[in-house]
Design a binder for this molecule. Sequence first.
Ligand SMILES: [Cu+2]
Length: 165
Amino acid sequence: MTRTASLALAALAVAALAFAHPHFNKTVSTTIGETEVSVSYNSTDANMDHVEGIEAGTFVSPRGPRLNVSADVMAGDMTIAAGEYTIGVVMGDDGSWSMALHEGRIPRGEMPDMSKVMKLDSRYSDQMGTADHMLIDITAGSGDFAGKPVLTIHFGNMHLQAAIG
Ligand SMILES: [Cu+2]
């Protein structure tokens, strides 16, 4: 191998390393009151080019994050029944986003069943900074949800809080 070729290969290897950021399978779990709540997700890239092409009303769920609740839990004036859900977001006609839950898992390659999707009482902001990789957490709410537990999703410049418990 010529010196030039090996240098070129080394440069490619460095570029590949710089590109391949680690993506983690994460679990966040806690108890709210007596209820065990856990979220499992992959810290996938916040690909905003993909977000651009999404149509209003579509349930979008990067890598199918899952929520499990051990008992019925109130979410604003709705009830999330004990069980497993896929966490996603739905864009409204005005371009803002709501958090939503799809009952159970969506089988690979299948479309979400909109009759199984429940929109949560949630708040959207694009003024909370940027998360290059998806972050989901259960934390203390702010604004309308101050003093309440919330589920948060931060994906690119999209930041959502949803009432939970
Ligand atoms: Cu990445």
